[in-house]
Design a binder for this molecule. Structure first.
Ligand code: CA
Length: 425
């Protein structure tokens, strides 16, 4: 395990106990300020460390080999993460050294410190990566079972393929936006069960899906595949992911090819990519898989991660409510299996690709990862503190997702994945 994960490390930058960004985290993102162009930063406490400033001061000269430091002045992380894990991991470790309480190099260099540390509340976070491709899996057994019970047969909720392969589909990359970007309620075709013909108008059953997503940091050639044993070498890090879903549009359109306009009007990600290295201490065993999976899907070791998740709904002028508390560890199919399955036919992957987990539901109703399940198709509405009810998401509601890991006195988190729903255009 990286020395940067040592629970006893402390930084000279003040980090509050409830912060998502202690020295053991050091996630990467893209930010800009009123005076600066977009660039690469690392979150520490309430600050962002500007890596372009550190690079110009030659603080990354200790990396294993020289690299082009203009990667830190780009508006996306792709050039940086393309350098490969030996460099990206070394950069994280150099930053960890620089921020340690006893290291005076940056701490006592007033001019450099002032230039390199920016208050997060004075910066705008941008989409961290250019995303060439987006795939959405369907890997939570609890979620797939709930949907199967609601829409098909309670006795055979899971379809016959579900325990043999990580079901997924190719989503839309162009409409993935960074946290804080508002989304308009989509218009589309819907058809009531009793109606003869469809009608057109604003979606009435707008939902969130609580997901996590991994971003690949290394490309492959068409015609090659990635084994479960090698998958971690291709995963740069993880973000929170809200796969906004228009249930009524989805219901009418999805037969026989799957999700389309019910999903592609927008998806929201958190701005900080938490590296796989930072998540290393939080690995846990995967759930038992029964029946046994085919050999190419077998994986060794701890492949799940204990990441506590929550979803909060904030009405425009009312009190907010946490409507779900779930955990990434519940996933039936792990990321290594998803990547191995995705590429087993020779499909190539790109740097910056985003692979979402699918809705992460836990075993109890308060851990379900979508309003579809929480309100059970609208049959069990939830009551907000202001007395209003929610079956699905209303105009001007803001949905905020958060995630963090906690172990040995260390708490690392993902920041917020937030989006407000505006009225239909
Ligand atoms: Ca989804």
């Amino acid at each position: 395990m990286s020395k940067a994960n040592n629970p006893s490390l402390k930084s000279w930058v003040e980090v509050k106990p409830e912060s998502d960004f202690p020295i053991q985290n050091l996630p990467f993102g893209i930010f800009k300020t009123a005076d600066s162009t977009p660039r690469v930063g690392v979150a520490i406490g309430e600050y962002i460390l500007d890596l372009s400033v550190l690079a110009k001061a030659k603080l990354f000269d200790k990396a294993p080999w020289p690299f082009d430091i203009t990667v830190f002045e780009q508006r996306e992380l792709n050039p940086f993460i393309s350098l490969g894990k030996p460099i990206t991991t070394a950069v994280r470790e150099i930053i960890s050294d620089l921020l340690q309480a006893e290291n005076a190099e940056l701490r006592d260099h007033a001019e450099l410190k002032t230039a390199a540390l920016i208050k997060q509340n004075e910066a705008e976070m941008l989409l961290p990566v250019h995303i060439p491709n987006y795939t959405d899996f369907y890997s939570s057994q609890e979620h797939a079972t709930n949907v199967g019970i609601m829409f098909r047969d309670p006795a055979n909720a899971l379809l016959p393929n579900w325990k043999h392969l990580p079901v997924g589909y190719h989503g839309r990359a162009s409409s993935i936006v960074v946290s804080g970007t508002p989304i308009h309620r989509p218009n589309g075709q819907t058809k009531a069960n009793e109606a003869l013909f469809p009608s057109f108008g604003p979606c009435r059953l707008l939902d969130f899906e609580l997901e996590m997503a991994f971003i690949t940091g290394r490309a492959t050639e068409l015609g090659t595949s990635i084994s479960t044993a090698k998958a971690d070498e291709y995963i740069f890090g993880l973000v929170l992911f809200n796969d906004w879903s228009a249930r009524d549009i989805q219901k009418w359109e999805y037969v026989p090819l799957g999700p389309f306009l019910g999903k592609n009007f927008g998806s929201t990600i958190s701005p900080w990519i938490v590296t796989l290295e930072a998540l290393e201490p939080f690995r846990v065993d995967s759930p038992m898989q029964e029946p046994e999976v085919l050999p190419y899907l077998k994986s060794e070791g701890k492949k799940n991660y204990d990441i506590q998740l929550e979803v909060e709904i904030i009405p425009e002028n009312g009190k907010s409510k946490v409507v779900s508390q779930s955990n990434f560890k519940y996933m039936y199919w792990n990321m290594a299996q998803q990547l191995a399955h995705h590429t087993v036919n020779g499909c190539n992957i790109c740097v910056g690709d985003l692979y979402a987990s699918g809705t992460i539901s836990g075993p109890t109703p308060d851990s379900y990862g979508s309003m579809l399940e929480i309100s059970w198709q609208g049959k069990r509405p939830i009551t907000m503190p202001d007395g209003t009810e929610r079956k699905f998401i209303l105009d001007n509601d803001t949905v905020v997702m958060r995630g963090h890991c906690e172990k040995d006195g260390v708490r690392i988190g993902f920041g917020e994945c937030s989006g407000k729903i505006l009225p239909a255009i």
